[in-house]
Write a protein of this length. Sequence first.
Length: 362
Amino acid sequence: MSRTIAILTGGGDCPGLNAVIRAVVRSAILQHGWRVIGIEDGFDGLVGTPRWRELTLDAVRGILPRGGTILGTSNRGNPLAYPVKTEKGVVLTDVSAQVVANFRALGADALIAVGGDGTLKIARRLQDLGMPMVGVPKTIDNDLRSTDVTFGYHTAVEVVTEALDRLHTTAESHHRAMVVEVMGRDAGWIALESGLAGSADVILVPEIPFDLAAVCASIENRRQSGSRFSIIVVAEGAYPLAGGKVVQATAAENLGVERLGGIGTFVSREIGTKLDIETRVVVLGHVQRGGSPVPFDRILGTRFGVHAVELIAQTRYGRMVALRGRAVVDVEISAAVDALNRIDPGGELIRTAEALGICVGR
Ligand code: F6P
């Protein structure tokens, strides 16, 4: 049966999105003879006048190694709470009915939404409103349930690990405590795994509120034993036992999306004040999200894209593709959202870190 399918990428970008787009287009055209259209800038492209383009084989040629997304994305265009300018100022309004109407007008049979928790919640709602949806999980944060890992995550861990390797040499030369703030929102996966791979001395994650005295004691112990420098990896969502998360903008100030950042500076200042050691802070920021995906993310994105097309071929909607062990499977979209995949403070990875003498803030 000839079909038209649509695809969009929503939320923050991450390496591997183009691998999914390419795999969807190639398998839809080559295996099924379907037409594929790409919605621009996430769900934003279905609000107001729809913005979309044809995705032909030519349109996806050469994009596999490219970071970002050729379709554009937005983490501000949530149709369930869309910022609409009124006389009373900006009012967050549910425009999902408009999205459904715009989608129907395109004549597409199904929509593949590639995104994180926010995008998949929107996909679940649209599915409930009768739009045939398939979800593909992405995020560098690796905080989505129902999949062992999201694509983009391994690239971010690689970037942070390389940064830690580089920071080691300069920290050692200057006998400094180098504090490295990394992304991840309310999950500490990037901090923990890159900290392990990059031989960090202290790893602070949101799942374990940290005790500053324990952090300082571990740096001091290292100094006593002859290591006059330390590498401290801090997840942006980490916070001290006595205190809360450090935010740059609250959800209320930032159209419903909390923007984290600043905990690295706090930790660096506290260590510098409490210990007689020079400190520096490095905020890796969006470098972690940019650039070419590592092979793992290219392959996972490709497998997810092909499986998403298979779900549409079987008219199995409301499903999200996922990795379980070594197999690509699919689950209900609703099973993947609402609760996050976070580190177990008593789990094997944390115990491994502690077995090596890494301080995790307790
Ligand atoms: O969810 C991915 C992520 O990179 C988080 O790790 C980070 O907190 C956030 O997005 C940053 O978002 P923005 O691109 O809006 O600054």
